[in-house]
Design a protein around this ligand. Sequence first.
Ligand code: F6R
Length: 611
Amino acid sequence: MCGIVGCIGKKQACPIVLDGLRALEYRGYDSAGVAVIDSNNSAQLFKQVGGVENVARLINSSKKPVKSTVAIGHTRWATHGQPSIENAHPQTNQSKTIFVVHNGIIENYSEIREKLIGQGYKFISETDTEVIPQLIDYHLKKAKSFEQAFIKTLGELRGAYAIVALTTEEPDKLFAARLSSPLVIGVADEELIVASDPAAILAHTKQVVYIKDYEMVVVDSKSYKIHNYLKDTTVKRGTEELDFDSEEFSKAGYPTYMLKEIFEAPATIKSATLGRIRLDPPLVKLGGLERVSSQLKFIDRLVIVGCGTSFYAGLVGEYLIEEIAKIPVEVQLASEFKYRDEPFSRSTALLAISQSGETADTIAALKKVEDYGILRLGVVNNVGSTIARMTDAGVYCHAGPERAVASTKAFISQVVVLAEIALYLSNGTSKLYKPLLSELELLPGKAAELLKQTETIKRIALKYKDDRDFLFIGRHYLYPAALEGALKLKEVAYTHAEGYAAGEMKHGPLAMIDPSFPTLALATDSPQLEKTYSNIQEIKARNGRVVAIATEGNKHIESVADDVIYMPQTAEQFQPILAATVMQLFAYYIAEARGVNIDQPRNLAKSVTVE
Ligand code: F6R
C-alpha cells in the first residue's frame, strides 16, 4: 500500500526514483510525487494525480531542468484525503525545506495537528503525513541537528510508518525510519536507494539491508548509519543478497502481470514442492519447520489467520490439515481475530498466511498472541518480509514476486504449501500420504494441460461479460475455491459475485436466481458430485444459467449446464488449485472485455499495510 523510493549518490537521482516508483506502482496508483534538491540547495517538488507517468511528464516539462543526485518519491493509495495534488506525497513543512514520503498511518495525527495549529502552523492537505514534516520543523527550532529533530518526531508518532525525509538543511543525506511498515536500503556501487520494497532497487543492486522496527537510518552517497531510537543504540548490520532477479519483475511479453502470473501456475506448483517432496520412499521435508518439529508434536489445535485470498487458501488448508493430519483447525479472518477474546492453550499454534508478508491485519493477529507463548507459524511468499521475520518458523511459498494486485499464483502456492504442511504433520500416518505426494508430482503437468484451454475459457467467459451478478458454488474442497473465484471476479471485473457452499442454496441464495443471475458451479469429480448436480438442476428449473467446471470426460454435465469448462482429473484435495486457474482466467477475460485496468483495479492496492 503506497510505495516509497529515495536515492542519493553520484548519478542523477530523479530517473532512478521514477523507475523505482514504476516498479512499485502496483502498490498504489492514485497519485504520485517526487522532490529533489539540486547542487545550489534549491528544492523542486512535482506532484500529480494518477500514475507515475503523470509525474514523469511534469518533470520532463519543467522549465528549470531537474538535475540532482538526491531525490525522494512516492506512489500513493489514499487513506486520509482523496487523491489530489495537495494530498499527494512528498508532504512538506510551510517553508518547503523538509520533504517527507510516508507509508502507513499516523493514528494520532489529529492530536499533533491541533497542537501545531496552536503554535501557528498551517496545514494544506487532509493527510496524516503532513504532520511529520511540520513536527520535524517544530522540533528543529530547538534541536541541535536535523537527525535529532527527526528522532524527536518519531518519538511522538503513533501508528505504522515507513518514512523517508529529505531536507535543504542537510541536502547530502536521506533520513528514514520504520515501524510496522517495510523499509529496505539498496547499496549499489554509485548510489544508495531507500525503498519500501526491493522491487524498486533490484535494477541497480541485489545488496540490501532490511531496516527493523524502531530503527532510523541516515543515508549519504556512500554509506548508511542505523540507530535504534527506542533503545538509543547504534546498530551494525551488513548487506544481504536478494535472491530474485529483475526478469521476475517484467511482464515477459504478456499484456498484463495478471495474465503472466496465471500462466506461471505450473512453475509455481513446481517451485512450491522443489526439494520438499520425494516419492521413493515417500517423504515430505519442510526445512522451515524442522527446528520446531518437537513442539509441533504437541499441537492439538491450529488457528489459521489471513485476509482475502490468503484467508480462502487457509479454508482449503483447514480441510487438508484436518483430513490428513487429524488436527482440529479453525480459520479466522485476521481483521476479526484481533477483536476476539478467545482462550488459548499452550498446545494451540497460530499459522499466518500472507503473500506479501506485510498485511497489517495479519501482523496485528500475530502481535495479539505474542505474550501467550504459543507457536507462531507462517506461510509467506515474500522472503524476508515482516511476517516471515516475526514468526517462529514457517514455509515459504516460493511463488516469486506477484505484481498484479489480484492474487493468482500466490493462492496456488499457498494451497500446495498447506497440503505439504498437512502431509508433514501427519508424519506419514495418513493413507493419503503416498497418493497425494504422487499427485503433487503430476500437478504442474496438469496445470500446463489446463492452460491449453485458455481460448475456450475466454470464449465462454465472454458470453457472460455483460452480467452484473454472479454466483459461485461448490462443496467440500470446492467451497473455499468458490469463495476465491467470486473474489477474483469482483476485484478485477467489478462484477458483483457471491461465493456459496452449494448446500446452502435452498437456505436463501436460490431466491436470487433468474435468467440475469448466472452461476458458476464447481462440479468436478468427487463424492459430492451427485449433490452438486441437484443444485444445478434446481438453478436450471428457475431459468438460471450455469457455467460448470467439470472433470475431463464428464459428458453428462453437458446435458445439465449451459457451458462446461473441463479441467484435468486430479485428487479432490487439489481441485481448488486447478479450478482457481480456470476462475482466474474467467475473471480476467471478463475484465479485459470491460476495458478495466486489470493489474491495478480501482480502489485497491497490493499489500494492505493499514488496518
Ligand atoms: C485478492 C487479494 C487480496 C489479498 C489480501 C491478503 O486477490 O489480492 O485479497 O489476498 O489482501 O494479502 P496478503 O496475502 O499479502 O496478506
